[in-house]
Design a protein around this ligand. Sequence first.
Ligand code: ZN
Length: 137
Amino acid sequence: MKPTHIEHIGIAVKNLEDAIVYYESILGTKCYAIEEVKDQKVKTAFFKLGDTKIELLESTEADGPIGKFIEKRGEGIHHIAFAVKNLEERLKEAEEKGIRLIDQKPRKGAEGLDIAFLHPKSTHGVLTELCEDKNQE
Ligand code: ZN
């Protein structure tokens, strides 16, 4: 798939405000964006660390994907996101390699990125997001 870099690491948190205070103190940088993604029932907060971001995820509803994740496993790393080019082609490639896709087609994620998830059953247990920033091209 040849990702260019790790776009972000997604971390599920119970309380976004508390987590922001913690990450601002350890990263020494301010959270630069807070965004609600209604589709995913999450509120996200972003930090920049070089080319990579930390994405904090708080569930807005208990039955959302992050709400369920925290209920089952508690807070923690939820997914890793690789930046790729030509996401649609990368998804086809992944499927040809027998990797199970959660999203057959790219959809809109936070920050206007095109995103798609690969199933953790096919990725050694790591929920994997591929994303493409078309605004940068
Ligand atoms: Zn993400």
